[in-house]
Each structure stands twice: as C-alpha cells, then as structure tokens.
Design a protein around this ligand. Structure first.
Ligand SMILES: N[C@@H](CCC(=O)N[C@@H](CS)C(=O)NCC(=O)O)C(=O)O
Length: 91
C-alpha cells in the first residue's frame, strides 16, 4: 500500500533493525505519514556514540528532537515517542 510521507524536520530516530520497540515506532511513523533520517546503531559505531553522548544511554528507540532555537531533546520511551509522533502527523 502506497502512503505519501512528510519529512519531519529536525527529527532523527535512533534504532536497530531487530529491536521490536523500534519496529513498532517505525510502523507507527509510516502509519502517521511521517519520515525522518534513521540512525542505525548496531553497525554504525558513530551513531551509537552520538546517541550515548547526546542522550545519555544506548537504549533504542530514541527520538532526537532539535527545536528551531537549536535546543535538543532526546526522547527514549517507545510509547512516548509514538504519542509525540501522533501529535505531529499530517492532518
Ligand atoms: N521501555 C523501552 C524499552 C526499549 C528497549 O528495551 N530497547 C532495547 C532494544 S529492543 C535496548 O535498547 N537495549 C539496550 C540498552 O538499553 O542499552 C521502550 O519501550 O522504548
């Protein structure tokens, strides 16, 4: 099924492929019609370093949110991420 998706500027999702919580977030992202750069952490060591240094831990999924004023917020829990993305979905 084709679904057009809007890029959510200033957002990145840290994940790895076999993480079920990440998969759930990615499916919801698709359902909400949202896309953003994906940062894989299992095979990309730099992404993992960025996640730990920025967010404070290696847990995924993690949504990196950069606000227009440049402040960055790292959101870790899949339920919180899904609720947040729901509020950003294309209307
Ligand atoms: N309660 C968290 C659980 C996330 C979780 O357990 N993630 C695992 C991968 S599936 C993980 O990152 N484990 C490694 C770590 O915590 O550093 C959520 O719902 O997002």
């Amino acid at each position: 099924m084709f679904k057009s998706r809007t890029n959510l500027a200033g957002h990145q999702l840290y994940y790895f492929t076999t993480c079920s919580f990440c998969l759930f977030v990615r499916v919801k992202m698709w359902w909400f019609g949202i896309k953003m750069p994906l940062k894989e952490i299992m095979f990309n060591a730099q992404n993992k370093v960025d996640l730990i240094e920025g967010g404070g831990k290696s847990q995924v999924p993690c949504l990196r949110i950069e606000n227009e004023n440049g402040t960055v917020f790292w959101m870790y829990e899949s339920k919180d991420i899904i609720e947040y993305l729901k509020s950003k979905r294309a209307k």
